[in-house]
Design a protein around this ligand. Structure first.
Ligand code: FPP
Length: 248
C-alpha cells in the first residue's frame, strides 16, 4: 500500500467520535532517533518533547478525556547526569510554557510519581501547574515523573497499612476500587489503550496495576516521528478489538 493510501486508510478507520476515554503512551525511541541522525541523545529528547506537545494538543482537539505519558521513570536516574539534566530542563521549559498557555488551552495537568526527589524549582512548577489545573474541566494530561509502577503499588500498600493501624481501614476487607484510591492515578479511569512506539514490546514498569485490562498497540515508529496519523492507526486498531474484561 502506498504511503498516501496507508495514511488515508488509517484516518478512515479511526472513528474519532468513539474515542477511548484514556490513552497512555510510553514515549520511547528518542535516543535511537538521535543516533540515526548522528545527534546527541539529548537532541532526541528535545524532538520527543516537541512530539509530546503536538500529540497532547491534538488529543485535546479531538476531545480525548485522559492522556498519560511516561516522561521519567524511577529507573531513569541511572542515565548520565547530562541526560538526566537535559530531561529535567525540557520538563521545566514545557511546564513554564504550559502555565502561560493554560488559560487558553484549558488543559488539566496532573503528575504521577514521587515528585519529592526532583529539584525544588521543578517541584514548584508541578505544584503551580496542578493548582491552576483545578479550574479546568477539559482534557486531563497526566505526566509520569519519577514514576515506577511497583513503587506506586508499594507506596499504596504502605499507606493502606498505616490506615489499618490507625483504625481508618480494615485489614480484612479491601476491594480493587478502594486500593485504587491510594495510587497516584486516584480518580482517573484505567487506560483503555497503551501505545508503545520504537519496536519494544514491554511495559517497563508503566502503570502495571492500571493496565490489567488495557489494549496494547506497538509500532516500530520512534517517538519523535510519531504523529497524528500514527495516533489514528493506534485508535483504529483499538476500535477493532473486542474487549471482554474476562467475560465471554
Ligand atoms: C525513552 O526514550 C524516553 C525517555 C526516557 C524520556 C521521555 C521524555 C520526553 C519525550 C521529553 C520530555 C517530556 C515532556 C513531557 C516535556 P529513550 O531515550 O530510552 O530512547 P532509546 O530507547 O532509543 O534510547
Amino acid at each position: 500500500m502506498g504511503l498516501f493510501n496507508r495514511k488515508k486508510s488509517a484516518q478512515m478507520q479511526a472513528d474519532l467520535t468513539k474515542l477511548p476515554r484514556h490513552i497512555a503512551i510510553i514515549m520511547d525511541g528518542n535516543g535511537r532517533w538521535a543516533k540515526k541522525r548522528g545527534m546527541p541523545r539529548t537532541a532526541g529528547h528535545a524532538a520527543g518533547a516537541e512530539t509530546f506537545r503536538n500529540i497532547a494538543t491534538y488529543c485535546k482537539e479531538i476531545g480525548l478525556e485522559y492522556l498519560t505519558v511516561y516522561a521519567f521513570s524511577t529507573e531513569n536516574w541511572k542515565r548520565s547526569a547530562e541526560e538526566v539534566g537535559a530531561l529535567m530542563g525540557l520538563l521545566k521549559k514545557y511546564l513554564l510554557e504550559a502555565i502561560e498557555q493554560m488559560e487558553r488551552d484549558r488543559v488539566k495537568m496532573e503528575f504521577f510519581g514521587d515528585l519529592t526527589a526532583l529539584d525544588p524549582e521543578l517541584q514548584e512548577l508541578c505544584q503551580r501547574t496542578r493548582e491552576i489545573s483545578k479550574r479546568y474541566e477539559g482534557c486531563q494530561v497526566n505526566i509520569c515523573l519519577n514514576y515506577g509502577g511497583r513503587d506506586e503499588i508499594i507506596r499504596a500498600a504502605m499507606a493502606y497499612a498505616r490506615d489499618c493501624k490507625e483504625g481508618r481501614a480494615s485489614a480484612d476487607s479491601l476491594t480493587a476500587e478502594q486500593f485504587g484510591e491510594y495510587l497516584f492515578s486516584k480518580g482517573v479511569p484505567d487506560p483503555d489503550l497503551i501505545i508503545r512506539p520504537s519496536g519494544e514490546l514491554r511495559l517497563s514498569n508503566f502503570l502495571p496495576w492500571q493496565a490489567a485490562y488495557s489494549e496494547f498497540y506497538f509500532t516500530d515508529v520512534l517517538w519523535p516521528d510519531f504523529d497524528q496519523e500514527e495516533l489514528h492507526r493506534a485508535i483504529a486498531a483499538y476500535q477493532g478489538r473486542s474487549r471482554r474484561f474476562g467475560g465471554a
